[in-house]
Design a protein around this ligand. Structure first.
Ligand code: PGA
Length: 256
């Protein structure tokens, strides 16, 4: 029997937008003819400073996520935002371990794992990101890399219930070079096998594994049809009206 994993579409706005832009995106989302929350869970992630505006103006069928949070309790950490603050504002989700932070801000697997564990312990839900670079893929170490990134999280958490795992090959992010459906399916399936062998068969069958990297209105349906792919984390296209089409690709699963 196929497990019911609700389709999940995240919109990662990254470090983009003005108040005006944000209002326009929210208006587009609110006007969008999207499937019901029984079919798809939609979570958009504006920059911190716009979180209250977006949260208060979005329709309740959409949720919000922060793009990061601090690794432990707040205090003397200039420039950081703590998980407690997100909870205080009623922000339900946080993205942790995005490849841009891993690469540019040198966040290690262990640091990412610590952040995931801390955020979960505060009651946040986490979109945890993993993915290999082009060099790693070409050297044949894709699975070793994503397994090590996933293991650093598994070593620190006791439940995967509030985690969505985003497989985002670095070479596909922001490049227009989307993974083929077969490439994505292969890694998602390997990750599920990894959970089966290293965590539990229950987690292997219930965890949502979403794909990210140059997802667009044009390529989302074919990707969504892959059996081990449970949704998307969308960057560039989440700032555009085509994000609505990507949300609608959840229908592909419903009719599968
Ligand atoms: P992209 O970004 O859709 O612009 O490739 C995806 C991501 O970084 O989450």
């Amino acid at each position: 029997m196929a497990m019911a994993r609700k389709f999940f579409v995240g919109g990662n706005w990254k470090c983009n937008g003005t108040t005006e832009d944000v209002k326009k995106i929210v208006a587009t989302l609110n006007a969008g003819d999207v499937p019901s929350t029984d079919v798809v869970e939609v979570v958009v992630s504006p920059p911190y400073v716009f979180l209250p505006l977006v949260q208060s103006s979005l329709k309740p069928n959409f949720q919000v996520a922060a793009q990061n949070c601090w690794v432990k309790k707040g205090g003397a950490f200039t420039g950081e935002i703590s998980a407690e603050m997100l909870v205080n504002l009623g922000i339900p989700w946080v993205i942790i371990g995005h490849s841009e932070r891993r690469a540019l801000l040198k966040e290690s697997n262990e640091f990412v794992g610590d952040k995931v564990a801390y955020a979960l312990a505060q009651g946040l839900k986490v979109i945890a990101c993993v993915g290999e670079t082009l060099e790693e893929r070409e050297s044949g170490s894709t699975m070793d890399v994503v397994a090590a990134q996933t293991k650093a999280i598994a070593d620190r958490v006791t439940s995967w219930e509030n985690i969505v795992l985003a497989y985002e090959p670095v070479w596909a992010i922001g490049t227009g070079k989307v993974a083929t459906p077969a490439q994505a399916q292969e890694v998602h399936n390997e990750l599920r096998k990894w959970f089966q062998a290293n965590v539990s068969s229950e987690v292997a069958s219930t965890i949502r594994i979403i794909y990210g990297g140059s997802v667009s209105g044009a390529n989302c349906k074919e990707l969504a049809a892959q059996p081990d792919l449970d949704g998307f984390l969308v960057g560039g296209a989440s700032l555009k009206a085509e994000f609505i089409d990507i949300i609608k690709s959840a229908e592909v699963k419903k009719n599968a």
